[in-house]
Design a protein around this ligand. Structure first.
Ligand code: NAD
Length: 406
């Protein structure tokens, strides 16, 4: 069976789905590995490196013709058009927020397997958990970016030229990315506080060095599968108001809050921004085309408010550390692929919880329960209730095709 890696085409994307180290593992399992020429160059991985590991360097069209095509993100228009019935595609396809892509892949007879649908609480799926590996990288980079942009030191410094007090950093959302941001800011010497709407994260945040903030106006909001649930309008308003006081006492704020299948919740309002001291920095990891965790943040841009607050729209940080991110992703996707392969061929078992979790389309139909009933035709994937099955109804302004990364 031929497995290929294609070059990513999304703007700013520098990662690649396999690194040379992973090629050897796949070959040892009897798979032939094709790599599109230049696929790894933006992560400093050369064609020669892949060839030495046993891959064959091929053109884009040959790579897109393999039995299984591996990607980081979603295929572009041309790639979708090139895929044929019987092929499999594995990548972070964000099927919950891109039902059109799902419907097209189903109609083309492509087996779509989504890395961002891996059941994360399944112990044997943990080596495949690309959401966690990439969130870890993003959390680390967010703290580094915050420190780089901040006009003062993170650590306490006592020098002959004076004493610098440590930066006060606040991390909002203490999932995988938030915990890594806390740990990184702490290692840089900052005094770190953190808040999450799921109270069970308190001990985790404390264990990596943060003081956990508990709000009195909002109760616990733990949802299904270890994620947060969306807040009601009243809860959201109360949370924003109470958070504003805490935000104003911090120099650097890193926001990571997400609710699966929805636009990121707004945590830092215009009023909260106005109460911050000039020179403060916010890194908004939730920044997306539909808005992020911070009022006025723009994805991929740095905005300076009239009150002197720098807001960095940092929704796509893993691509800025392409070598580390590709190495981790390659381990995730190889582990999944090797689990799906038996005797050198794809062997998908709908009764296997892991397989059922990741396979989105198969045999011309949308088969994932979160998107459509198992027997439904592909076009039913476009209906909104399918998204609601997984994560509750989208917010009225959430749109359908974009939003959070899953
Ligand atoms: P995420 O990216 O979905 O969200 C980030 C954080 O934002 C979460 O902690 C969430 O509670 C928080 N959040 C959402 N709305 C908020 C709001 N209005 N205010 C404040 N915070 C808000 O989360 P994630 O990093 O993908 O992880 C989600 C959960 O999955 C965590 O409990 C994590 O430990 C768990 N997880 C478990 C495993 C495993 O069991 N192996 C693996 C990965 C993740």
């Amino acid at each position: 069976m031929k497995v290929s890696v294609v070059k990513e085409t999304a703007p700013g994307e520098r990662r690649v789905a396999l690194v040379p180290e992973a090629v050897g593992k796949l070959r040892a399992a009897g798979l032939e590995v094709l790599v599109e020429s230049g696929a790894g160059e933006r992560a400093w991985l050369t064609d020669d490196g892949y060839a030495e590991a046993g891959a064959t360097i091929v053109s884009r069209s040959d790579a897109l013709g393999a039995d299984v095509v591996l990607m980081i993100g979603k295929p572009d228009e041309a790639a979708v058009g090139a895929l044929r019935a019987g092929q499999a595609l594995i990548g972070m396809l964000t099927p919950l927020t891109d039902p059109d892509l799902v419907a097209r892949l189903a109609a083309a007879g492509v087996t779509a397997i989504s890395m961002d649908m891996i059941p994360r609480t399944l112990p044997r799926a943990q080596p495949m958990d690309a959401l966690s590996s990439q969130a870890n990288i993003a959390g680390y980079k967010a703290a580094i970016i915050g420190a780089a942009e901040f006009g003062r030191f993170f650590p306490l410094l006592i020098t002959a030229a004076g004493t610098a007090r440590p930066a006060r950093v606040l991390v909002l959302g203490t999932g995988v990315a938030g915990l890594q941001a806390i740990g990184t800011a702490k290692r840089l010497g900052a005094v770190v506080s953190a808040y999450d709407v799921r109270p069970e994260t308190k001990t985790e945040a404390e264990s990596v060095g943060a003081t956990f903030i508990e709000l009195t106006s909002v109760g616990p909001a733990s949802g299904e599968g270890g994620y947060a649930r969306a807040l009601t309008d009243e809860e959201r308003a109360a949370q924003q108001q109470e958070l504003a006081e805490h935000i104003s006492r911090h120099d650097v704020v890193i926001t990571t809050a997400q609710v699966p299948g929805r636009r990121p919740p707004l945590l830092v309002t215009e009023d909260a921004l106005k109460a911050m001291s000039p020179g403060s920095v916010i890194v908004d990891m939730g920044a997306s085309a539909l808005g992020g965790n911070v009022a006025g943040s723009e994805p991929g841009q740095t905005v300076l408010t009239e009150h002197g607050i720098t807001i960095i729209g940092a929704g796509a940080l893993p691509a800025t550390m392409p070598t580390a991110a590709s190495a981790m992703y390659a381990r995730n996707i190889s582990a999944l692929l090797l689990n799906l392969v038996k005797d050198g061929e794809l062997a998908l078992d709908p009764d296997d919880e892991l397989h059922a979790g990741v396979v989105v389309t198969r045999d011309g139909a949308v088969v994932h329960p979160a998107l459509a009933p198992p027997t439904a035709a592909p076009e039913t994937a476009e209906t909104e209730p399918s998204e609601a099955d997984h994560a509750g109804a989208p917010e009225p302004d959430a749109g359908s095709a974009e939003g959070t990364e899953r």
